[in-house]
Design a protein around this ligand. Structure first.
Ligand code: SF4
Length: 313
């Protein structure tokens, strides 16, 4: 049983890998079909110029340089022993298989302490060849994972976000991911425009029904120079306050499967570039408030899960 009222990713990695492991974010210079006109222009309304990255890296550096520079920082900061190369910015399967292989190979070979590979992407940007390529790294890395930006199961909301893909795209990618037995993490966003509490709980229920391995939970957040920030500045959008988010995320996690790994309970955009809500900068305070809310309720992740038996997609 976890020391937290939910199953945190850090504990999952420590148990699975036996090390204190840290994810080193990478910007490999990808773009996104939702920006270059292949699917749409402009990107999702919440996506900033870094493609939803943590801005921990300098994209002028090679993959190896980014990893080695960040590794030394995180060894000291988090006392990390081993590392996962995390292709984070934009859509990290949006290129030919040959080019993807070269980039992933470089990351896996950059340093012996890199023992994992994680690839973040859009569900509509994988096919069997790309999933097979990612899965092939399981032969030489201790941990291989793919992360999908789902955000919500509701297509009408995806349209509002200018997402240019559907829940059905996600289901296709998810079936391939299961076929290759790949560890995976699904990104969702709470407080999306037009979504009721019930809509959001339906997303949690569906993730529980699908028995996804892990979930990264974000609150909708306006980063500078995004359409969402413009809406905020025009007074057309207001973020949740902290108390409302704490209540909502606890409701959400109560419905997830108890085995689902919680990668994050808030986004990882760089705090200097957050326009609203500014309280998101105090991550530790937020995590403490979530723990306190679960304690006040006397509940934890999974207590309201309706899908405790696995079902097929
Ligand atoms: S799919 Fe991802 S990278 Fe592309 S615009 Fe949306 S959030 Fe940004």
């Amino acid at each position: 049983m976890s020391s937290k009222p939910y199953r945190p990713y850090s504990e999952y990695l420590k148990t699975k890998l036996g090390y204190r492991t840290y994810k080193l974010t990478l910007d490999a210079g990808f773009t996104c079909p939702n920006r270059d006109g292949t699917k749409a222009y402009g990107g999702c309304t919440f996506c900033d110029q870094t493609g939803s990255s943590s801005r921990a890296q300098d994209k002028q550096d090679t993959i190896t340089e980014q990893l080695l520079k960040n590794m030394e920082k995180q060894r000291k900061r988090f006392k990390a022993d081993r590392f996962i190369a995390y292709f984070q910015s934009f859509t990290n399967t949006y290129d030919s298989v040959c080019r993807l292989k070269a980039l992933y190979d470089e990351a896996c070979e950059a340093h012996p302490d890199i023992i994992g590979l994680a690839i973040s992407t859009r569900p509509d940007c994988v096919d069997e060849e790309k999933i097979a390529l990612i899965a092939s790294y399981k032969e030489r890395m201790q941990y291989v994972s793919v992360e999908y930006g789902l955000q919500t199961i509701h297509n009408r909301t995806l349209d509002l976000l200018n997402r240019a893909e559907t829940f059905e795209d996600f289901l296709s990618a998810y079936q391939l991911t299961l076929k290759y037995n790949l560890d995976h993490c699904i990104h969702v966003i709470l407080d999306l425009p037009g979504e009721s509490w019930e809509d959001q709980m339906q997303t949690a229920d569906k993730l529980a029904e699908l028995r996804v391995n892990g979930v990264k939970i974000h609150l909708l957040c306006a980063m500078e120079k995004t359409p969402l920030a413009a809406q905020y500045l025009r007074g057309e959008w207001q973020p949740l306050d902290q108390a409302a988010y704490v209540s909502l995320i606890c409701d959400f996690m109560e419905r997830l499967h108890p085995d689902c790994v919680i990668h994050r309970v808030a986004g990882n955009g760089h705090h200097q570039h957050v326009v609203a809500p500014l309280w998101l900068q105090k991550k530790l305070e937020l995590m403490n408030e979530i723990d306190a809310e679960f304690a006040r309720r006397g509940t934890r992740q999974g207590v309201k899960c309706r899908f405790l038996d696995p079902v097929s997609v």
